[in-house]
Design a binder for this molecule. Structure first.
Ligand code: ATP
Length: 253
């Protein structure tokens, strides 16, 4: 059977003594887009942050492309982790730099250290690769525009291109469309689905709109109080499941 690109087992995390993730197990395979759903505070972002190394889990195993992260440290851990790239709701690009320079920055974990000093040190090969990433997200014609001049939807596409330039095979998208209008949100979701289905990436996306998950995702994972209560194809995500997942009574602290 095909190995999962991302495999999480028995993940646990507490903040200030309060358990926010409890025994979380899931997999994301290459070629699939998995939507993470659940009420505010259910633990969706923390799950992705633990995978990306932005939050430190208390327990559990995280495997990326078969490499168990706890077995690595230092530079090796950085390289193993770079298989997963995070795309945020608040787009973390440098507005005064061009789209191309921002995308090149996705490669900083693996290129020479001078490049982190200034874009002047980005090599020709890297710029060509970054152009290819911009092409994949349909933004090649805006490569030399400053990011601050692009629309929210265009900026999110550039953020996805930067993740691609990191050569990640796992994309972790934390509310990637929350700040976008419905039309731009639809386009970014189509892009994420294309990257999963046509380019064989594994995509995990936290979404606040179940209808977007129903239209674009293959599978949904539902969290409640830091535990997975649903994991199945979106076709089985019926009203009953959604009502339970978002029930104010069940989600009360
Ligand atoms: N840095 C932090 N320090 C303390 N508590 C935190 C921190 N980050 C998250 N939490 C808490 O952990 C719980 C889960 O938060 P998380 O952001 O993962 O939820 P979420 O499902 O992504 O929520 P939302 O839909 O509101 O973004 C919440 O109770 C939150 O308050």
């Amino acid at each position: 059977m095909e190995q999962a690109a991302l495999k999480v087992s028995s993940l646990a995390k507490s903040y200030n003594g309060r358990r926010v993730l409890d025994d979380v197990d899931f997999e994301v395979k290459r070629g699939e887009l998995v939507a993470f759903l659940g009420a505010n505070g259910s633990g969706k972002s923390t799950t992705l942050k633990c995978v990306a190394g932005l939050a430190e889990p208390d327990a559990g195993r995280i495997e990326l492309e078969g490499a168990q992260l706890s077995e690595f440290s230092g530079r090796q851990l950085q390289l193993a982790r770079s298989k997963a790239a995070m795309v945020f709701q608040k787009i973390h690009l440098v507005p005064r730099r061009t789209a191309l320079d921002n995308v090149c920055a996705g490669a900083l974990a693996r290129v020479n250290s001078l490049a982190s000093v200034s874009p002047l040190f980005f090599s020709r090969e890297l710029r060509e690769e970054a152009m290819g990433c911009l092409e994949r997200v349909g933004m090649a014609d805006r490569a030399l525009d400053r990011v601050g001049r692009l629309s929210g939807g265009q900026q999110q596409r550039v953020a996805v291109a930067r993740a691609l330039c990191q050569r990640a095979s796992v994309l972790l998208a934390d509310e990637p469309v929350s700040a976008l209008d419905p039309n731009a949100a639809e386009h970014v979701m189509e892009l994420l689905a294309e990257l999963a289905h046509n380019e064989n990436l594994a995509v995990a996306a936290v979404l606040h709109q179940p209808d977007l998950a129903l239209r674009h995702a293959d599978r949904a994972i539902g969290l409640m109080h830091g535990r997975i209560t649903f994991d199945g194809p979106v076709a089985s995500l019926n009203q009953n499941v959604l009502d339970t997942l978002y029930s104010p009574e069940r989600n009360a602290a």
